[in-house]
Design a protein around this ligand. Sequence first.
Ligand code: 2AM
Length: 470
Amino acid sequence: MNKAQFAVVGLGVMGQNLALNIANKGYSVAVYNRTDQRTIDFLNGPAQDKAIIGTYSYEGLAKVLETPRRILLLVKAGPAVDAVIDEIKPYLNPGDILIDGGNSYFEDTERRIKVLDDSGINYIGTGVSGGEEGALHGPSIMPGGDRVAWEAIKDIFMAAAAKAEDGEPCVDYMGPRGAGHYVKMVHNGIEYAIMQLIAEVYDLLRRGLNISAQELGDIFRQWNDGELSSYLVEITAEILKKTDPDTDQPILDVILDEAKQKGTGKWTSQNAFDLGAPTHAINAAVASRIISSMKAARVAASESITGPKPAFSGDVRQLIEAAKEALFASMILAYTQGFGLMRLASQEFDYDLDMRNIAKIWRAGCIIRADMLDDIMRAFERDKDLTNLMLDAYFKDIVVHRQGAIRHVITTAIGMGIPIYAMSATLGYFDSYRTARLPANLTQAQRDYFGAHTYRRLDKEGSFHTDWQS
Ligand code: 2AM
């Protein structure tokens, strides 16, 4: 019997679709799932007539695989990954490759690699983005870990990955240890930011301007035909135009306004705080999801805590145009913050991340794919050490010229009492970054006043303390 070239452990939707994707590219795939019935259903269903074989023990899985074994784990992030590694390890040999394709926290990946080091088993932690559809037709894949192991899985991953318009596969080696999962984490952080920015623009136009969901769907569709062209803007247009079959209302009007989260956005912010990276848009998006989940409290408060009424008396067309420009510029600033964070992380963790390659593999397949990533890739081609995207002439020109639109959109929303926190935070990042002298001099004085923390001066070197009360 010919041995299988690749294995997938964990047959949730992502696991099933990746197994199908890889089999469709001409590789033979063995699958295993903790609960046998799921394997049976998969084999009798979507995997019928494919080069996919089912196995019902880790021992059996190990036996049917060619060596070195290449095994992709797609189980729930967290303790399940450790459990599977422990159970499968006795059947593996040095040189075999375990690949974790779940949304694992990058520090867990670093720890697992350390633990497996003595066994000779190679470990790859990889981000996979694109949702269920992406997994089946081509996701963006962000692998990190052992470089030799990467070379051994490269052909399969390149075949399975999405292809950008220039034909380049959306996968590349990100860096050692947890680098792949780190990049995926930041991808998700940027995703949170962009989703929140879009949500705020939707809220302003829908509630503030009373534009119907249908009309707004057309507006987003038009935007998606231009420079805003991106997966998230595209699906927003489709969502806005969707009618609920039960009520005949726009489906958005019957969906509960409580955003859930699995943690990758929060991890991004937490890590950004640890590293000292300004990620205003991501932080604001996480905070916005949190306050959205306090539905009962908000409903109660809405009855007693008053504010301005969302009533707009200005030029509607002008505001819609400004919203488009503001969304574009603030999306650029969200990417700017994400790439800035990865730059710091690369130094802190010795990941040696290549920002150009990250932009390159985000151009298709993943949730934050957008035409502007092609330009981001080019900016890092012009200068691979670019410290901030806004310092690239092309992007500087865009944000400088669109800042008026952001200011107009934000002040309009604020005047009407419509929360626009992520976009405001993004502008705060922009304004802080371009301000030579911030009020942190006062912060330093206060710290010295109450805690004798000392301060530095503009006019001479050294550390100073003032006797404030004398
Ligand atoms: P299950 O079908 O047996 O629940 C996504 O949830 C995938 O993760 C499923 O295939 C699920 O297997 C698997 N999974 C979750 N926890 C697991 C564990 N502790 N060990 C093995 N697989 C697990």
